[in-house]
Design a protein around this ligand. Structure first.
Ligand code: IMP
Ligand code: MG
Length: 183
């Protein structure tokens, strides 16, 4: 197999189509616009995975808002969170004057967002909510509930629409199941 064939052979099946994502993102943008109208909104995307979701979601928000990006990695001692998160790229603005909405690609064990939420809450935003494109509730290791999840999925490794496997597949316009079998 050449590299394109190998790439394609790992895309097991489409789980969520481009049209389904588009409709759900539109609805999420409508809800945000409705409930935050007239307030200072800051959409905060966690890189890299959420960059595609953020780009589409912010264009469905029809009221004034600002966008910002941060890159966070959590460190763990065995299976326990050390409580230390390494911010490899932090926000530039003081968030105390904003209603912050964290925009995430997927919640798996819940550790990353649990830590990011603690960190951002300590900076006293006017309010803080979490919207995630995908949620895998069966995988949770720490208790964490997003305020909005567009799609709940089973315990499967997924790729596309920003989500990667080894930094590849982020550019797929749909969410697919990754074929983990080794041939
Ligand atoms: P958590 O701290 O375990 O909730 O980690 C969430 C992060 O793990 C996400 O932001 C993704 O970067 C990554 N992740 C979890 N599940 C998947 C998946 O099915 N496909 C791709 N990345 C995933
Ligand atoms: Mg992520």
């Amino acid at each position: 197999m050449n590299s394109v064939e190998t790439f394609n052979s790992k895309i097991k099946r489409v789980l969520i189509s481009e049209d389904e994502i588009k409709a759900a993102v539109k609805e999420a943008g409508r809800k945000i616009s409705e409930s935050y109208d007239g307030r200072p909104i800051l959409l905060v995307s966690i890189l890299n995975g959420a960059f595609v979701f953020m780009a589409d979601l912010c264009r469905e928000v029809t009221v004034p808002c600002e966008v910002a990006f941060m890159c966070a990695k959590s460190y763990y001692k065995g299976t326990e969170s050390s409580g230390i998160i390494n911010i490899t790229m932090d926000l530039e603005q003081d968030i105390s004057g904003y209603h912050v909405i964290i925009v995430e690609d997927i919640i798996d064990t819940g550790r990353t967002l649990n830590d990011v939420v603690k960190l951002l809450k300590a900076r006293n935003p006017l309010s803080l909510r979490v919207i995630t494109l995908l949620d895998k509730p069966s995988r949770r290791l720490v208790e964490f509930e997003p305020d909005m999840a567009l799609f709940e999925i089973e315990d499967r490794f997924v790729i596309g629409y920003g989500l990667d496997c080894g930094e590849m597949y982020r550019n797929l316009p749909y969410i697919a199941e990754y074929d983990e079998s080794i041939e």
